[in-house]
Design a protein around this ligand. Structure first.
Ligand code: ADP
Ligand code: MG
Length: 608
């Protein structure tokens, strides 16, 4: 007798369903479907998404819900991950010593060093001292050029100019001797006069070299080692710009302040260790390694970490109804990152890359409420619904349907919130671990490092290769190859860095180059998934040794990524492991392993 069975895998991000017709021990797969998970994994809110996925899978398989015998749900490991990010350094420039920005079109090229003089006072300037002319708002570019030419005629060495408006090129084109000119300086009236200043403009496509270099600044302003140390954050904030101005004010001071983020207390393996979060990710992960398996993590109250972990616990309380004190943090992943922050004391909205740390934390609750979901699914669909198996075991079962795999086998399920590893050994024993941090964290790192406000744009940067639209008829892909089009590309992508989505090139709102965006994307993936793949596999591998593993199969949504599987395979290659992307049933790819495993397990159990 043929029975219609659906396996359903409720994940943090996605709910997947797999329909099959089971007869005795043999299984015929009829179709699959996926939807967004509704609510937090392991809670009754999941019912809606689960029912939706089942209905859609049935429609795809052209079967009626009336014929459905049973729905099998995964016992969701009650792990939920939370994310928080805090800056740990801050650049503050007192006495406004710096303007460094990236107007689209600065004028001229080169470095000019002199004393700042207002254009209004240029007539009285002595003819022996080099001057940097500061042009207040309200001046017309023609008049500016006339004044600058006249001063040069009188023998005043005009070496550079700073403008309020966007007309540097117009001014430079009218000068008899071109000089570097920076424009779009909104707070031009705040530029101190009578001070030593330097203006640097790089050629198109280049970035400045002198003012973005600590020793360059020291050479220009004759700084001693202590002063050089003080201005090094200025150099850092100017790096990558096409133009910059630095004004040295006698009392000017730059501080690179470290914001205390607090200490993280990690308890496990009978030990309690503390680590300063601003010591960085490596230090935190090292300390974590010494207290594995982690029993709990707490942050110093009243500090950033305290707040970060409290937030995770609060979410869990809301979700599970369990009191906050009962909720234990069983894993953390720390990642060094940086956030572009506007510099306090800057004049033109300059940004400095402030160091930050991102923490993903994972909690284990004492109860999963999957049984409630099963009861509600049964009622909604009018059939039986059961918890058919534990996630990790089912994933291994599904992964084993990938051609070319064999026992012992390890799977890495690269999901949205957590990276899960499971090992099935020759004796049929399955061990599983869950570590914090996965696809969501990658998206979040990309968003914050590129200052992208829209999460969907960051998700798109993560999922698609980049290109630069170089003309209306051609683009240059990130690998350097050029593609031509017969129809003109839409104007809104012209000269932009774009993500090559299946719908066509989508502009990314950033001034960063293709290479810079690419580097950020790959680094974010490496810092989350390579780090997590290695530490999760070490926890399931016999004697903690990766050499003991034979086959590693990558599963989950993030295994669909165009480069994550390669990054992981590269990291594992040195350990003699066969690593590849799962292909469930030889045609499903890395998705649906758990849902398929549930169906297979059910068929196996029924046939005995
Ligand atoms: P879960 O099991 O936790 O529900 P999934 O296995 O559905 O998670 O994986 C969700 C993650 O996979 C998300 O972070 C999402 O960005 C990522 N993802 C899904 N499709 C792709 C893709 N084509 N390329 C890269 N990442 C993807
Ligand atoms: Mg999953």
């Amino acid at each position: 007798m043929k029975r219609l069975v659906v396996g359903v895998d409720i994940g943090n991000s996605t709910t997947e369903a797999c329909v099959a017709s089971v007869s005795g021990g043999s299984v015929e797969y009829l179709g699959t479907a996926l939807t967004h998970t509704t609510g937090v994994k392991g809670t009754p809110e999941n019912t809606e998404g689960a029912v939706d996925a089942v209905r859609r899978a049935l429609v795809g398989a052209r079967r009626s819900p009336a014929d459905l015998e049973i729905v099998l749900l995964n016992e969701a490991t009650p792990v939920i991950s939370g994310l928080a990010m805090e800056t740990i350094s801050e650049t503050i420039i007192t006495e406004s010593t710096m303007i460094g920005h990236n107007p689209e079109t600065p004028g001229g090229v080169g470095l000019g060093v002199g004393t700042t003089v207002s254009l209004d006072g240029l007539a009285g300037a002595p003819p022996d001292e080099p001057v940097v002319v500061v042009v207040p708002g309200g001046w017309d570019f023609d008049d500016v050029a006339v004044e600058l030419n006249a001063a040069a005629e009188r023998g005043v060495p005009v070496v550079a100019a700073v403008l309020a408006h966007d007309d540097a090129v117009l001014v430079v084109n009218r000068l008899r001797t071109p000089i570097p000119v920076v424009d779009e300086v909104a707070a031009v009236e705040k530029v101190p006069l009578g001070m030593h200043a330097a203006v640097e403009v790089a050629a198109p496509g280049r970035t400045i070299r002198t003012l973005s270099d600590s020793y360059g600044l020291a050479s220009v302003f004759g700084l001693d080692p202590e002063q050089t140390r003080q201005v090094s954050p200025v150099a850092r904030a100017l790096t990558g710009n096409r133009s910059a101005v630095v004004v040295r004010t006698p009392t000017g001071d730059v501080t690179d302040r470290r914001i205390p983020v607090g200490t993280l207390t990690l308890t496990g393996a009978g030990k309690t260790l503390q680590v300063d979060v601003d010591a960085g990710a490596d230090e935190i992960m090292d300390t974590l390694g010494r207290v594995q398996p982690l029993d709990d993590a707490t942050g110093e109250p009243g500090t950033h970490v305290g707040g970060m972990l409290a937030q995770v616990r609060d979410t869990m309380t809301d979700v599970t109804g369990q009191p906050a004190v009962e909720i234990q943090i069983r894993d953390v992943l720390a990642v060094d990152t940086f956030v572009p922050n506007e510099v306090r004391g800057g004049l033109a909205g300059e940004v400095a890359l402030e160091n930050a740390v991102a923490l993903a934390a994972m909690v284990r609750t004492s109860r999963s409420r999957m049984q409630v979901v099963a009861d509600e699914v049964a009622e909604a669909l009018g059939c039986r619904a059961e918890i058919g198996g534990i996630e990790g075991e089912m994933a291994v079962r599904g992964a084993l349907t990938t051609p070319g795999t064999d026992i012992p086998i390890a799977v890495l399920d690269l999901g949205g919130g957590s990276t899960d590893a499971a090992l099935l050994d020759r004796d049929g024993v399955c061990t599983a671990v869950h570590v914090a941090g996965a696809g969501e964290l990658v998206t979040k790192l990309i968003a914050s490092e590129l200052a992208l406000e829209d999460r969907e744009v960051a998700e798109s940067v993560k999922r698609h290769p980049l290109a630069k639209v170089e003309s209306f008829f051609h683009i240059r892909h990130e690998d350097g190859t050029v593609q031509f089009f017969t129809e003109p590309l839409p104007p809104h992508v012209f000269a932009r860095v774009v993500a090559m989505t299946p719908e066509g090139p989508a502009p990314i709102p950033t001034r960063a180059s293709v290479d810079h965006v690419r580097r950020i994307r790959r680094e974010a993936k490496r810092r989350v998934f390579v780090v997590n793949a290695l530490r999760a596999l070490r926890q399931v591998a016999p004697r903690g040794s990766l050499r003991m593993l034979d086959f590693v199969v990558l599963l989950g949504g993030s295994a669909l990524d165009f480069e994550i599987p390669d990054l992981i395979a590269d990291a594992l290659a040195g350990h003699g492991v066969v690593c590849g992307t799962g292909n469930v049933h030889g045609n499903e790819g890395p998705r649906n392993a758990v849902a398929a495993g549930l169906v297979d397990a059910h068929a196996g159990a029924v046939s005995g």
